[in-house]
Design a protein around this ligand. Structure first.
Ligand code: BAL
Ligand code: ZN
Length: 870
């Protein structure tokens, strides 16, 4: 495949001064009339042609300054049109024809339900009309939409509606103008028969903003949470980041068929319906939290993404890393507090670390790609957010905030780079961030080792740190990074000890800046030996830290650490060790007994918040555990994980039951931290009791399911029994399917549970799911709900040793690829992990991937498959 290289970047030769679009909308035959005013940029190469990207378009006409260009000056190639011999300024008029109803890739203009809608990021606009479809070409849009008035009463585009009216033959029109210049990836339109749920927001400077959420009529009762989330996000962005909204209207449209979670188009966000619709009986607390955070994320993009955008797609993390950071801050401060960091690190370790350690590893700012669709990754998003957080740790909160203000002010209306961002942070802080920049250009998760030595006589604790980043594809040699490691020391009484780092005044927490390969730090003035070192507090850097701490030291942290993340992480380290020991057939009874004692103490400790307790009782995810081994048998890892869970909690059955919050009291679906924490604990305790084989646990699960008013508790009960062979599993799942078979988003939860279950004949069940009347290959949510959990959780079937699971998935992905390459390319990722499996499975998984590679795949899927095999 042709590689796009960052080093080939050239600024555009042409500016687009204004764009007028007129759409004659029709699912089978949409006409797009485009009028661009272009001007040669100062300093561009003399005579440089104008590149207009275009894909799958039927060109009906083109005129340059009113005349048809000669065939030699208007050449169509794989990329689109190349116009040469233009004067320095020109008006180009193009008419194209497209077929939204034939667009199953869901990029460009397509049909979802009864609506017409768009997805343009990153390169969808070129499927709508010929245009310089690159993020550094910004222009003002004026958009006229024309459509059948009965079928499409609602006509939306970016900006403000400046005109509307009726047309002959039952058609009508609306004209939208967006006063802010934007790149084409932020364009959007919607035409449909939709309900509008409206409210208002007054910005801090007094601007009145109309807030409008558009959904299918039967969903109008499920928008309150999304609307309230938007209002909270708008207020938060003003208070925490000083960012205010800039248009008179902010619209969100929920769409059933959507490749991504949502899209931040200027003033007109399009959302996967999954991230809009919620009511306590249909959505779990996790859904509520996700909706709030995606709504906030897209809203925050209005500044970090739209007002200041990316120069090219290598800079994707400029907007995504920063915006994820911003939405994480929001959720931390407004909704989840301390446990948000735990949840985010769990996700990072389970998804981003494996990505960074596998064949698809790439830097946060990649320097090459074959298909940009495949770079909307955990690395660009979540690791990118970690880099922003590290910057804040290194330069301090005040400088960081000043840096953000300066960044938004200086680059408003421009398309810039991650280098620009870091340069501003260096400028405001006066710090040299050259070494820090390597985090953007170097892939792989750094490994940090830490050891301590206490000199009792001198009262000095020496901390010896070392770093190393393993090679990744295409990057064999790694540079040293600047790694902020936040630490504290706990005394025997569990309280933090004070000491001095270098010449700094006495403190009880320090940030060690590791910059060398090996480096030592001294904490002075200690009057007693520390009982435990609390490492990497708040997960201050996205590294794998190995501190060689013993069981007693870790147990002390589990019992006492005042940093929620570090406390949880100490428990994770112990639990991980227990599972690894079992995988290696070396059960460690002392370790498991110590864990049981630690868990028993936590269950008795009323000072531990319910939500944190729930997290502390959780074992590391299977995906994360797999990373602990060079190669592993995934079924054995799953079994070891279950065995540890059983052995740990079986002796605690009574305490687990006794600690359960009062179910009826908390089963109200209230979106408060306290209520969600109590429900999370209820569900976790139930799961543990079932896993431990506690008496009456299955009956309790059935009771919880049947009595549940909130979807959170219903799902908790189903998840607890989903891998149990007893009849109760089948009964509850069948009941759920009957209840929700008409409700696709809720039915997805059932699809996911059925696909994930390891009991019975998982292959036959998978076939039945794919033939279920609620399943559609053309809907990404359905496909992901079935194939995703099958691969991620159904180890017994997906990883069947004869390779039948891999073959089946490869076969389905080939089928999906013909419809939706982007979703197929995402779902194939588990098949690229063959190097980490035991030899028998490894060979079979690789064979399936090779078979797939020979099938004439889309560019999206071929790119991932080829990198997976390389
Ligand atoms: N820009 C694509 C969707 C998102 O990250 O918000
Ligand atoms: Zn985003």
């Amino acid at each position: 495949p042709r590689m796009i290289l960052l080093s080939d970047y050239q600024p555009p030769d042409w500016r687009v001064e204004a764009l007028e679009l007129r759409f004659e909308l029709d699912p089978e035959d949409t006409r797009v009339h485009s009028r661009l005013r272009v001007r040669r940029r100062d300093g561009s190469a003399p005579g440089a042609p104008l590149r207009l990207h275009g894909r799958d378009l039927q060109r009906l006409s083109i005129a340059v300054n009113g005349a048809e260009p000669s065939p030699g000056s208007c050449v169509e190639d794989r990329e689109g049109l190349l116009l040469s011999g233009l004067p320095d300024a020109a008006e180009i008029a193009i008419e194209t024809r497209i077929r939204p109803d034939a667009n199953t890739a869901l990029e460009g203009l397509y049909v979802s339900g009864g609506s017409l809608c768009t997805q343009c990021e990153p390169e969808g606009f070129r499927r709508i009309t010929y245009f310089p479809d690159r993020p550094d070409v910004l222009t003002r849009y004026r958009v006229r939409l024309e459509a059948d008035a009965a079928r499409y009463p609602v006509l939306l585009a970016n900006g403000n509606r400046v005109d509307a009216g009726s047309l002959p033959e039952g058609r009508h029109y609306a004209v939208w103008e967006d006063p802010f210049p934007k790149p084409s990836y932020l364009f959007a339109l919607v035409a449909g028969d939709l309900a509008c749920i409206a409210d208002r927001f007054t910005t801090r400077s007094g601007r009145e903003v109309a807030l409008e959420i558009y959904v299918e009529h039967h969903n109008r009762e499920r928008c309150a949470h999304a609307l309230a989330s938007l209002q909270r996000a708008m207020r938060y962005d003003e208070e925490a980041f000083g960012r205010e909204y800039d248009l008179d209207v902010y619209m969100i449209v929920a769409v059933d068929d959507f490749n991504m979670g949502a899209m931040e188009n200027k003033g007109l966000n399009l959302f996967n319906a999954k991230y809009v619709l919620a009511s306590p009986d249909t959505a779990t607390d996790d859904d509520y939290v996700h909706i709030e955070s995606v709504i906030a994320h897209e809203y925050f993009h209005n500044w970090s993404g739209n007002r200041v955008t990316c120069r090219d797609w290598f800079q994707l993390s400029l907007k995504e890393g920063l915006t994820v950071f911003r939405d994480q801050e929001f959720t931390t401060d407004c909704t989840l507090f301390g446990v948000k960091r735990v949840d985010d690190v769990q996700r990072l370790r389970a998804f981003q670390f494996p990505e960074d350690a596998g064949p698809l590893a790439h830097p946060v700012r990649p320097d090459r790609y074959a298909e940009i669709n495949n770079f909307y990754t955990m690395t660009v998003y979540e690791k990118g957010a970690e880099l922003i957080r590290m910057l804040r740790t290194l330069i301090g909160r005040d400088a960081f905030r000043r840096g953000l203000d300066r960044y938004f002010q200086r680059f408003d209306g421009q398309a810039v780079t991650t280098d620009d961002f870091v340069a501003v942070m260096a400028e405001v802080s006066g710090r040299d961030l050259a070494q820090f920049q390597r985090w953007y250009t170097q892939a792989g998760t750094p490994q940090v080792t830490a050891r301590t030595r206490f000199d009792a006589q001198a009262g000095v604790l020496q901390l010896d740190l070392a770093q190393r980043t393993p090679p990744t594809p295409g990057q064999h040699e790694k540079d040293l990074l600047q790694v902020p490691i936040r630490v504290a020391l706990l005394g025997r009484d569990g309280r933090r000890l004070s000491a001095r780092l270098g010449g700094a005044p006495e403190a009880a927490e320090w940030v060690l800046e590791l910059t060398a390969g090996e480096q030592s730090f001294q904490l002075r003035g200690l009057r007693e030996p520390p009982a435990a070192v609390s490492w990497l507090r708040g997960f201050s850097a996205p590294v794998l830290l190995e501190a060689g701490q013993g069981t007693d030291e870790l147990a002390h942290l589990v019992a006492n650490d005042d940093d929620a993340f570090a406390r949880w992480d100490a428990a994770q380290t112990l639990l991980r060790r227990a599972v690894i020991a079992r995988v290696e057939d070396a059960v460690d009874p002392r370790l498991e007994a110590a864990l049981t004692t630690a868990m028993a103490a936590l269950l008795e400790d009323s000072a531990v918040e319910p939500v944190l307790l729930a997290a502390l009782l959780e074992l590391p995810a299977h995906r994360e555990l797999m990373e602990s081994f060079e190669r592993a048998d995934p079924v054995a890892v799953d079994q070891a994980r279950r065995a540890v869970e059983h052995s740990l909690f079986a002796p605690l059955a009574e305490r687990l039951a006794a600690r359960a919050p009062e179910r009826a009291r908390w089963d109200d679906g209230a979106f408060t931290a306290e209520a969600m924490g109590q429900r999370r604990l209820l569900n976790r305790l139930l799961a543990v009791r079932v896993a431990a084989g506690g008496e009456g646990a299955l009956e309790e699960a059935a009771r919880q399911y049947h009595e549940a008013r909130s979807q959170t508790l219903a799902m908790g009960a189903l998840a607890a029994v989903n891998d149990r062979a007893e009849p109760v599993r089948g009964e509850l799942l069948a009941d759920f399917e009957r209840r929700y078979r008409q409700d696709p988003l809720v039915l997805d939860k059932w699809f996911a549970l059925e696909a994930a279950s390891q009991v019975g004949d998982g292959f036959a069940r998978l076939e039945r799911l794919l033939e279920h009347p609620g399943f559609r290959w053309s809907n990404p949510n359905r496909v992901r709900a079935v194939l995703g959990p099958f691969m991620a959780q159904n180890h017994r079937h997906f990883h069947r040793v004869d390779g039948a699971g891999y073959e089946r998935i490869a076969h389905y992905l080939e089928r999906l690829d013909a419809l939706n390459p982007q979703t197929a390319a995402r779902l194939v990722i588990p098949l690229t992990r063959w190097r980490r499996l035991d030899e028998a499975r490894s060979a079979r998984m690789r064979a399936s991937l090779e078979q797939l590679a020979g099938k004439g795949l889309s560019k999206d899927l071929a790119d991932v498959v080829e990198r997976g095999l390389a």
